[in-house]
Design a protein around this ligand. Structure first.
Ligand code: HSE
Length: 306
């Protein structure tokens, strides 16, 4: 295989109660990437469309993730990468993760799959480290595995794939402001009380049980975040109003997507997810804020050839 074109899904990290450990991939929102094998060793980013991002390999998340993989492989070839960005950086739906995951997945395929999916998560995390100074895996793991993933442990890395209830749909609204993950991590408190911990891990367990039992009500009442949302929601215009509008329109639950500013809702069925999109959009339509809104199923595959 000399060339591979892939879809790299957008992802919602944290999913309210799982800061840094839970994420899910979106089926219809994502980037495209074309990876070509070359005789020259190394990684060359040949083209980026859709966004202004660095072409220098060491400054580009796809480049860095790809180099991490090549550094562990015996390959005597190199790769050229063209990236067609549809996910805006700083949007909160895993822009850097899509590029990092897409690069390592495609290169691994073209080398004959020498690496396991877990090893690919490791390599893609190097892209996240470049983007946000922290090698968090809650975007790259769902981008690579698809569906919902739990990072059970970082050391050693242990990723658990979770089931996706068939009728679950996501609505994501992105107010057109940029919040860098590195900045929105700086404002977080470094400690939590035992009382807060009890609420948070109760919800995380509840959400995971809800996914296994296809219990939409349980999923909904577990979408609570007592740790991060109270702090980060202050950076997001009209967060509480959007949340209320989405819940009134029938959403199971609402939260901040990753480090924001995007806000996500989960709903049972596409029709409700569309109503939720309309309700969320209605809030920003009454303001000067530009926004984008997406309704999507959950991506079951992760990065895939197109
Ligand atoms: N868990 C990370 C954070 C995800 O919330 O900072 C960033 O997309």
């Amino acid at each position: 295989m000399e060339e591979l074109k892939v879809f790299c899904p957008a992802t919602v990290a944290n999913v309210s109660c799982g800061f840094d450990v839970l994420g899910m991939a979106l089926a219809t929102v994502g980037d495209e990437m074309i990876v070509r094998k070359t005789a020259t060793e190394g990684i060359k980013i040949t083209e980026i469309t859709g966004q202004e991002l660095p072409l220098e390999t060491e400054k580009n998340v796809a480049g860095v993730a790809g180099l991490a993989l090549l550094g562990k492989s015996k390959a005597s070839c190199g790769f050229e990468i063209a990236i067609h960005k549809k996910i805006k950086p700083g949007s909160g739906i895993g822009s850097s993760a899509a590029s990092s995951a897409g690069a390592v997945w495609a290169i691994n395929q073209m080398l004959g799959q020498p690496f396991t999916p877990l090893e690919l998560v490791h390599f893609a995390m190097q892209g996240e480290k470049l983007a946000s100074n922290v090698a968090h895996a809650d975007n790259v793991a769902p981008a690579l595995f698809g569906g919902f993933t739990l990072i059970r442990s970082y050391t050693p890395l242990d990723v658990v794939q979770l089931p996706v209830p068939q009728e679950l749909y996501a609505t994501v609204i992105h107010p057109q402001i940029e919040i860098k993950t590195s900045d929105s991590r700086k404002i977080l408190k470094t400690g939590i009380t035992l009382e807060t911990g009890i609420k948070q891990w109760g919800n995380l367990g509840g959400l995971i049980a809800g996914l296994f039992k296809e219990d939409y009500e349980l999923i909904g009442r577990s979408l609570e975040d007592h740790v991060v949302e109270p702090v980060r929601s202050l950076l997001i215009p009209m967060f509480d109003t959007i949340k209320k509008a989405a819940m009134t329109a029938g959403a199971l639950g609402v939260g901040i997507s990753g480090s924001g500013p995007s806000i996500f809702a989960l709903s049972k069925g596409e029709a409700i997810a569309n109503n939720v999109a309309e309700a969320m959009a209605g809030v920003y339509q009454n303001t000067d804020l530009d926004f984008e809104v997406h309704v999507s199923g959950i991506c079951s595959t992760g990065v895939k050839p197109i």
